[in-house]
Structure formats: structure tokens, C-alpha cells
Design a binder for this molecule. Sequence first.
Ligand SMILES: [Zn+2]
Length: 317
Amino acid sequence: MKRLLMTACAAMLMAIAGGALAQASGTGEIEEKNIPIKVTEVAPGLFFQYHHEESNNAWLVTDAGVLVIDTRQHPRRAEELLAAIRKTTDKPVRWVINTHAHGDHYFGNSVFKREGATLIAHRDTAGMMQALYPLEQKRRQGYFKQRGFDPKEAVLVMPDITFDSALTLNIGGRSVELLYLGAGQNPGDTFVRFPKERVLFAGGPFSKNSWPNPSFTPSMANWVSLLNKLAAMDVDVYLGGHGDIGNKSDVLRQAKMLEDFDRGMREAVASGMSREEIFKTSPFAQYRDVRNYYRMNLFINSYHHFLTTGRPENAYP
Ligand SMILES: [Zn+2]
């Protein structure tokens, strides 16, 4: 790692709810809309791949090699990502960042490890990968089956380097900042800022016009606060783990959607409604056109669990 100039700041300890694995939420089948995969050069040498049905990626091409953000849901998909990168550069992939520990963002790690890349993640993302890998495998069986992918190929490949609160990479004359601001959607949620390019990859907590899975968050209030902090950053372009390219209004809209979800669920639980009764009311219908709304029954189940037990359904042990 001597070609890297890295600055690891002081550790930031997180209080994380403990406990055993809870029931998996969903099996990962995908509602297909046949929206084609789109690659956009959002700044010189900085590419964003938007895949509506699955998950997004970004990569930065530098003179010293390529940095990739997230690795997709299966090695087969990671090979396709590598092919997309190869259309933009023949430089080697030297660094990979895993923004959070959901399988659809890291199950392709083995492909980039084989390419010789150094894998980087927040300490809690690494911890979540280790602890929740069996759950992530379980959650994706439907997806693998639907696509004819062998689940056994999606092996656990852990990060080589972890960081606690911030890490700056100066690579090939470009600066890349990894930031940790506490748990949002997940313990370990990492933001990747390209300060000169005024671009932020916001991983799990932000997905433009897309319902995020709330079964991992230890604090919706912190998640909303994170989104407000992101919107206040000196950044113009927001790239989410899902959904198309966003701006500040999209980030604030997601914060509002989560606040509405949290408030609506708290009121329903306070009035004694069961999960089934809540779902029957067609809740949050104003967000019906938002991607992933078809999974609302699972989200209600998960958040009902959180509000009635005080622990995320898929807690970090
Ligand atoms: Zn995802």
C-alpha cells in the first residue's frame, strides 16, 4: 500500500444493539422493469453505472489504476461490471470500496480480489459482512434462482483494510474521501466523496426515488439526520446504491419519505394496529410510485419489529 497516502483518523465507537440473527426479510426476487443499464461519466474519469433492477456502482480512472465502488450481487454480475470498466480504460483495478454489507453490493468481491485489488470498508461493514453473510445468502436465494446463478459462487471475501471514521486516498493525482457519520441504513454506512469533482457516492442511506430496506437501521432519526448532512455538503451530484443520478432535492425527498414512514408506523403501532392491519390500509400511498414499493409488506414487518422490540430485525450482533 505504499503508493497510497492514507490518513486514518481516530476511532469512532458506535453503540450497536446486540443479539442473534433475526428472520430474513424477503428472498430477493426482483420486480423487472426492463430499464437498461446506463453508464454515465459524471466527471472526467468518474463513471456511474445505474442498474434499476439491481444495484449501482461507480469507478474512478486514475493514472495509478482504477478505484471501484461496490461489486454487485454475484461474481457473474461483477464480471459484467469489469467488462463495463474495460470499455472505459485498460488500467488495472487497484482499489475497491464496499459501502455497506448488503450482498447486492459486495457478493462480487471475489472477482476484484482475483484482479489484485485491495478491498476497503468501514470496520462495522466488515463486521456486518462477517456476521450477516449467512443471512445475506438466504435473502438472495430467490434472486440467484431467478437468474440461474450458483449461490456457492457468491463466497465471502472480506476487506483487506478497514477504517473507523475517515480515510483519504490520494491516488494518481485524484483525491477520494471515505467518510463515516454513524449508522444510517446500516452500521458501517460509508460515503465516498470526490471533493474536486463535487460528487458523493452515498451507498445504502440514499437511493434516488427508491424505498430502502429498513430492517438493519438502529436509528431512523440518525438516518434522516445523515441525509440532511449529506444535502448540506459541498457537493452537486449524489449517487445512490440504487436509483438514478440524484441531486440535493432528491436526498431531502428521501429524508422526508423516511420521516413520513417512521411517523406513520409509530402512530399505527401506538394505536395497537398489527402488521397485517397496517398493510391493509395501503399506507404511504403517496410514495406508491417509488421503486421497491412492492416490498412494502416486508418493510412494515421489519419496522413493526423494530418499534415493538427496540431492535432492528437484522441487527448487528
Ligand atoms: Zn442494495
